[in-house]
Design a protein around this ligand. Structure first.
Ligand code: MN
Length: 202
């Protein structure tokens, strides 16, 4: 069994003007496609063949850089496409909204904590909203294609992630990462994030 590049759940231009069509095409068709094929090469002929990506990442040997970079890149982008959408943005509702208020004080406080994690990540990486199995939320950030499923400091289930590699925003925003981070909040699909939150809790 090999991993497949998932289709985007919307058109390449669906997130405009916040994320432009050309960036989406290159990001999905070149970057994510590259991680997918290199992940498949990294697991070929090993006992990881047939395991889910989540199981592979949770049990990852962090010294296996091909698997760490490409397995992380595969999972992270799958999640990233899913948690965005056209006609989205706004703020979460229901159980997730209550958990955000518990953990951060308010939605605005969450937004500022997440934006700060994304803005202060030096070089390439990701900002995350994660939950433990009891539903306690945390914001964290990881370098390169690492994520909170992997052995490391956070070790929770990511339910929202923002790619802050330059390839994610440079065509449209150049060095203006803070503008890209603000724009991201206009395309978050909170229904999908809520669904992931509910699934992650025991
Ligand atoms: Mn990326």
């Amino acid at each position: 069994m090999s991993f497949q590049l998932p289709d985007l759940p919307y058109n390449f231009d669906a997130l405009e003007p916040h994320i432009d069509s050309k960036t989406m095409q290159i990001h999905h068709g070149k970057h994510h496609a590259g991680y997918t094929s290199k992940l498949n090469s990294a697991i070929e002929g090993t006992n990881l063949n047939g395991k889910t990506i989540e199981a592979i990442l949770k049990g990852l040997d962090m010294s296996n850089s091909a698997l760490r970079n490409n397995g992380g890149g595969y999972f992270n982008h799958c999640l990233f496409w899913e948690i965005m959408g056209p006609n989205c943005g706004g703020s979460p509702t229901g159980r997730l909204s209550a958990a955000i208020n518990d953990a951060f004080g308010s939605y605005d406080d969450f937004k500022s904590s997440f934006s700060s994690a994304a803005g202060t990540r030096f070089g390439s990486g990701w900002a995350w909203l994660c939950t433990d199995a009891q539903g306690n939320l945390e914001v964290c950030s990881t370098a390169n294609q690492d994520n909170p499923l992997m052995p490391g400091e956070c070790r929770k289930t990511p339910i929202l992630g923002l790619d802050v590699w330059e390839h994610a925003y440079y065509l449209n925003y150049q060095n203006r990462r803070p503008d890209y981070i603000s724009a991201f909040f206009e395309v978050i699909n909170w229904d999908k994030v809520s669904e992931k939150y509910d699934k992650a809790i025991i």
